[in-house]
Write a new protein. Structure first.
Length: 372
């Protein structure tokens, strides 16, 4: 089994524990963060061959020794203090001091190596101090914002439990797939709608608008004083945006000879970011699809109009008008048929033995002249 060196740093120096066997007692030494102390530390590590070097924490008080190890070309691993603390309590007991912490780091590294999980803790990069300070600052701001949001949720829960359940999506009486309110938008909602009583009358689209929403494909006009500019809209369908963005990427990748792919390449050559250029292609696809759908809708409307005209012409040819269709007769169809048959019989009777018309009298008066 290989040996391991565990390091527990502090502000004045660092304690090292060398473990050569899982059952053997650890050898501990303390070094200073001075140049002399770091040189002695490197010489001691090299004299032990190629041990596993593990450090509790990263980018903090261990920064001087990390720099020395990198300059010497030595590989080291960094572990979270919470993980090594749990390992120490489980293996070495509850008592805590610098020597036990260093020993727990060394034994934890050997246990990870036996499990084949040590490589993921290897440190092959160094952090930028300026960016580290910036990220820590934003992390602190995010923690404060999260605490404020949680406080507002508790206040809402106390003030109106029904509204709290509805906005959380936990109300069984209404169908909700998830939270109507998101944590990052509740502050914006309180700024725009300070009176919580107004929230009950807001629709889902109004609620999203009051919360700020997101960034879609379309642009809207934004005017401040004498300045007018186009800014991204905050109300959009997320799934539809994803579909258009995917279609735009596919056009650029798999239809290289199209005018949209050439449009994308020209935008990138001009200095535009690829993502923004993809958005431009997606907007162009929106316009193309909108024109196609509009033409299809117009053709369907024309077909429906032609069918109505044909139906009207057919009704006029059969003698049925809209007025006739709208009128309702009190006479049943059976009675109408009976009356029609009776009228036919009357006509026949009149031809046989009924009264003669003027035309029949003239024919009888003329007939004897031609009989000669």
């Amino acid at each position: 089994m290989s040996s391991a060196i565990g390091i527990d740093p502090d502000s004045m120096g660092f304690v090292c524990a060398l473990v050569k066997d899982s059952k053997a007692q650890a050898i501990t030494r303390r070094f200073s963060v001075s140049q002399k102390g770091l040189s002695e530390f490197l010489c001691w590590v090299k004299a032990e061959g190629k041990p596993i070097v593990g450090i509790e924490g990263s980018h903090g008080q261990s920064r001087p020794m990390e720099k020395a190890l990198r300059e010497a070309g030595m590989i080291f691993h960094s572990f979270k203090p919470a993980d090594t603390d749990k390992f120490r309590k489980a293996v070495l007991g509850q008592n805590k001091n610098n020597e036990r912490d260093a020993e727990s780091v060394a034994r934890y590294a050997m246990a990870l190596e036996a499990q084949g999980k040590l490589e993921q803790y290897r440190r092959v990069w160094s952090a930028d101090m300026e960016l580290q300070l910036l990220t820590r600052r934003y992390e602190g701001i995010g923690d404060q914002l999260t605490g404020e949001v949680n406080r507002l949720w508790k206040l809402l829960h106390y003030a109106c439990p029904d509204l709290y359940l509805l906005l959380e999506g936990k109300n069984g009486e209404t169908e909700q797939r998830g939270k109507v309110l998101k944590n990052q938008g509740i502050l914006t909602l309180l700024i725009s709608k300070a009176d919580i009583g107004e929230w009950k009358g807001l629709s889902q689209s109004d609620m999203r608008k009051a919360m700020g929403g997101g960034s879609g494909l379309g642009m809207r006009e934004h005017t401040t004083g004498s300045t007018t500019m186009m800014v991204p809209t905050r109300l959009f369908n997320h799934r539809l945006k994803d579909a258009f963005m995917t279609a735009a990427r596919n056009v650029v990748l798999y239809d290289c000879d199209s005018h949209l792919a050439g449009y994308y390449r020209n935008l990138v050559k001009a200095g535009m970011q690829p993502l923004e250029a993809t958005k431009r292609v997606a907007r162009a696809l929106v316009r193309v699809i909108f024109r196609e759908l509009l033409a299809l809708n117009k053709s369907k409307a024309n077909d429906l109009e032609q069918e109505k005209q044909k139906e009207g012409e057919g009704d006029m040819a059969s003698g049925v008008t809209r007025g006739d269709q709208s009128r309702k007769s009190n006479i049943s169809p059976s009675s109408q048929r009976v009356d029609k048959s009776k009228s036919i019989k009357k006509v026949k009777n009149s031809k046989t033995g009924g009264a003669r018309t003027n035309g029949e009298r003239k024919k009888q008066a003329v007939k004897p002249l031609f009989s000669r």
